[in-house]
Design a protein around this ligand. Sequence first.
Ligand SMILES: [Zn+2]
Ligand SMILES: [Zn+2]
Length: 346
Amino acid sequence: MKALVYHGPGKKAWEEKPRPAIQEETDAIVRIAETTICGTDLHIMKGDVPTVTDGRTLGHEGVGIIEKAGKSVMNFKKGDRVLISCITSCGKCEPCKKGMYSHCENGGWMLGNTIDGTQAEFVRIPYADTSLYHAPEKVSDDALCMLSDIFPTGFECGVLNGRIKPGDVVAIVGSGPIGLASLLTSKFYSPSEIVMIDVDDGRLEAAKELGATRTINSSDGNAADRVMELTDGKGVDVAIEAVGIPATFDICQSIIAVGGHIANIGVFGQSVDLHMENLWSRNITLTTRLVDTVTTSMLLKSVEAGTLHPERLVTHHFPLSDIQKAYDTFSRAKEEKALKVVLENK
Ligand SMILES: [Zn+2]
Ligand SMILES: [Zn+2]
């Protein structure tokens, strides 16, 4: 079979690899129908993720058809259409029993990280019973692919941890796919304002189309002042950090209202200054989280019911064999106006 294989920073190849086989009776082999590229994959390509070693097939998102199920797999059989969770979970360890599947002692983020991933014709999924979901018939591959990672991430780490309530003023710092997934799922709770902040006008335009009530381009460094003006000096009830750099975290802590929640999603590679001299008395909370994918079933139901349209984030389609071209497009997201780029194995 063909797979996109990592060969060290800046090096990847679409090459022939042996088809994965069942290793444990709890595994399933899935034939990929559609997969996508994540911002994390670009970090891997820069060499920022040392757990990914030479020879690894990339990718942790996707939808496909069960090719083979191990003997102890109870919930899935050959031919079932499945959504692959970016988080592999055994369902039996202590973190799993607390619902923190991202910290599963036998799983967590493995696909395209410590084991071969989904940017291939076939993938081996460990603990298939607890790491796969039956795909509802009428939900498209595009929509499903968005539920592997970005929608549970935006919803759990941003919206749920931010405890958005009806009438809240919400700011989302970062209008990339994850920020936009937070935007779409924040609407479940009817906030009165959703302010999107980013440095890219194209992405802010996309945010407006998806329901942002206001957008602010932060490239002049005055985004926090603008938010405070918009809110009569009160700030926002919920600030969602969806970038992961000191400047964007700083916006969040500068605009948070008394009693507000700062919900972090961003992957930070460096430390930030936490301004406790301003925040100590303001009754705020600050949360961090790795996506647990505990809301995948709920999100699937919302998509099936037509109340959530994750496929709206898909801007580009490529055949799986053109994945190198797709990476190139995704890495030049601004010029290409790319949000999510999907690869079809049809
Ligand atoms: Zn991802
Ligand atoms: Zn576990």
